[in-house]
Design a protein around this ligand. Structure first.
Ligand SMILES: CC(C)(COP(=O)(O)OP(=O)(O)OC[C@H]1O[C@@H](n2cnc3c(N)ncnc32)[C@H](O)[C@@H]1OP(=O)(O)O)[C@@H](O)C(=O)NCCC(=O)NCCS
Length: 179
C-alpha cells in the first residue's frame, strides 16, 4: 500500500531526518494492585488512562528527542475489565507526525493473573503530543517513517483522525464566534 506523504511533507520540518516507527515504540508493564480499584473492585479507568498517557509520553519524548506534552487524548476505549493481580502491558508507538505534534497510538493488553491464556486486549487510545522547547513553545519534530504495512495503515488512519480533529475544532470555534 502506498502512503500519502503529501500532507506530512508540507507540515513536518524537512531539515530533520526521518525516524522509523520502531525507534521509539515502547511497552510499559505494570501489575494492578488494590490501590488501583474502583468501587466495583475492578481497576479504575483513570489508572489505565494514566498508564496510557505515561507510555505515550515516553514514546513522544523518545521520538522528538526532548520534552513533549499531551495536547489531547481521544477514542479511549475500555474493552474488558482489568482486575487486581493482572499484568497490564501498555504498548505505544508514534502513528503520525505533523510539524510540531505527534499522534501516539496505545494498545492496552492484560495477562490475567489466574489464567495461562495469552494476553487479551482490554483497551486502546489515541493521544496527540506536542513537542515543546525550553519556553514551553511548540518545536518541530522529525517525521516518522512508517516501515511495515501495519505502520502505514496506522499512519493513514491517523491522518483521517487529524483531519476530523481540526475540522471539529474549527466548527466549534466558528459556532461560538457567532454567539
Ligand atoms: C499543546 C500546546 C503546547 C499547544 O500549544 P499552542 O500554542 O496551541 O500551539 P499550536 O496551536 O501551534 O499547536 C501545536 C501543535 O499541537 C497540535 N494541537 C494543539 N492542540 C491540539 C489538540 N487539542 N488536539 C490535537 N492537536 C492539537 C497543533 O495542531 C499543532 O500541531 P502541528 O504543528 O503538528 O500542526 C499547549 O496548548 C499546551 O502547552 N497545553 C498544555 C499541555 C499540558 O500541560 N499537558 C499535560 C496535561 S496537564
Amino acid at each position: 500500500m502506498v502512503v500519502d506523504m503529501t500532507h506530512q511533507a508540507t507540515t513536518a520540518d524537512d531539515t530533520l531526518p526521518g525516524k522509523p516507527t520502531a525507534a521509539s515504540r515502547t511497552t510499559l508493564s505494570h501489575i494492578m494492585t488494590v490501590n488501583d480499584t474502583n468501587l466495583l473492585g475492578t481497576v479504575h479507568g483513570g489508572v489505565i488512562m494514566k498508564l496510557a498517557d505515561d507510555a505515550a509520553g515516553a514514546v513522544a519524548g523518545r521520538h522528538s528527542e526532548g520534552p513533549a506534552v499531551t495536547a489531547s487524548m481521544d477514542e479511549m476505549a475500555f474493552l474488558e475489565p482489568v482486575r487486581v493481580g493482572d499484568l497490564v502491558h501498555v504498548k505505544a508507538q508514534v502513528n503520525w507526525t505533523g510539524r510540531t505534534s505527534m499522534e501516539v497510538g496505545v494498545r492496552v493488553m492484560a495477562e490475567r493473573w489466574n489464567e495461562s491464556t495469552p494476553a487479551t486486549q482490554v483497551g486502546s487510545a489515541y493521544l496527540v503530543f506536542a513537542a515543546i522547547d525550553e519556553n514551553g513553545k511548540p518545536r518541530t519534530v522529525p517525521p516518522v517513517v512508517p516501515e511495515t504495512e501495519q505502520d502505514r495503515r496506522r499512519y493513514q488512519e491517523a491522518q483521517i483522525r487529524r483531519t476530523h480533529r481540526l475540522a471539529r475544532r474549527r466548527a466549534i470555534k466558528e459556532l461560538r464566534a457567532q454567539r
